[in-house]
Design a protein around this ligand. Structure first.
Ligand code: SF4
Ligand code: SF4
Length: 348
């Protein structure tokens, strides 16, 4: 694998070089919100790399769009026009944070499970992840508790470090090598001093992570709290807004709806959330999760108990968005810490 540097002031030139062979997505600043989007002339400006810790909306929407047409149909003719994305397309995601790349590896398990989902998987195959190490993690980040870290490159194709006037860039996979070769005329060779600066940044960034949780025993403990009033101390103040799930890079629940327009229509899937009352309401009117207590319990238990039971990994990367953006300050670390401390009486 190879390492390079480029001058930060030439970032737009670099993205332009990439755009010759890839559809380039990067963190854009629009109405004060940082969100990944296609880099286009006349579109929102690129977010300054040192101006934000992470995007408000995770880049999961690039592989799993908020609303996606699965196919279109025409009534009476039986005609169906599938909208499966092209696995051969080339998409570069520039500036993804290590935790969000780790989240893709978690969501992979769901979309590659009993039915391999071609919509997610084709995009996954065609996407190259060019990560940007975090030098200033948010006060709510706890990625080091979930096997990640601010400079973790395990789930990336290319890893970048912001070294001030220069960006250091290291290829991690063959996909990453191929991308860097396609822009080699814009890159310079890195020197040992660049590597040393990255190592120092790595140590410093890890020391800036202020929150942590020991996850040992949590997947086994949560089922014992199923009927426990423990959940009410959090759910009593939950507004049921769903922000914690919509902005979570590992949440993947969706609804499927048909939209008919006289003679034709489409089947679409759209993000849904277990924090909404309608999510589990049956056609009979019965709802197995009738209050926010059951819904809060489900959100946390799904991530920290059901998902590890089914797939062997906790469905949280410690990005901290659910803590940062919850309007009533419900804090998943607080819930997990308190869950460990609750004493559960043995039945009988
Ligand atoms: S549960 Fe919260 S901290 Fe964990 S990945 Fe989702 S948004 Fe991030
Ligand atoms: S963001 Fe907070 S208030 Fe909104 S649903 Fe999640 S826990 Fe409840």
């Amino acid at each position: 694998m190879a390492d390079y540097v480029f001058q930060k002031e030439k970032i737009e030139e670099l993205l332009g070089g990439m755009a010759k062979n890839y559809e380039v997505h990067a963190p854009l600043l629009n109405a004060g919100i940082v969100r990944f989007g296609k880099v286009e002339e006349g579109g929102p400006a690129l977010a300054k790399l040192d101006d934000y810790s992470n995007s408000s909306v995770p880049p999961k929407e690039l592989l799993f769009p908020q609303t996606e047409t699965l196919f279109r149909y025409r009534l009476g003719t039986g005609g169906i026009e599938p909208k499966v994305p092209d696995a051969g397309a080339k998409v570069a995601v520039f500036g993804i944070r290590p935790c969000d790349a780790q989240a893709f590896a978690i969501v992979d398990k769901l979309f590659g499970w009993d039915y391999p989902d071609p919509y997610f998987q084709n995009r996954r195959k065609s996407t190259v992840l060019i990560g940007l190490a975090c030098s200033s993690p948010c006060s709510t980040c706890f990625c080091t508790s979930l096997g990640g870290g601010p400079t973790n490159d395990e789930y990336l194709d290319v890893a970048m470090y912001d070294l001030g006037n220069e960006i250091y860039l290291k290829t991690v996979t063959e996909k990453g090598d191929e991308l860097c070769k396609s822009i080699s005329d814009l890159l310079e060779e890195a020197s040992p001093s660049h590597l040393e600066a990255c190592q120092n940044q790595s140590k410093e960034a890890a020391s800036k992570i202020r929150r942590s949780i020991d996850t040992n025993g949590i997947p086994e403990k949560l089922p014992a709290l199923y009927d426990n009033p423990f959940w009410e101390q959090f759910s009593d103040r939950c507004l049921g807004c769903g922000i914690c799930t919509y902005l979570c890079p590992t949440c993947h629940c969706f609804d499927i709806q048909d939209e008919v327009e006289v003679f034709d229509g489409r089947r679409a899937r759209m993000w849904d959330t277990c924090m909404f009352e309608e999510y589990t309401r049956h056609a009979s009117g019965h709802n197995p999760r009738p209050t926010r207590k059951e819904r809060t319990r489900n959100r946390v238990s799904h991530k920290y108990s059901y998902f590890p039971t089914n797939f062997g990994v906790i469905a949280c990367v410690g990005c901290g968005r659910c803590i940062k953006y919850c309007p009533v300050n419900i804090d998943i670390i607080d819930i997990l810490e308190k869950s460990i401390a609750v004493e559960v009486k043995e039945a009988g």
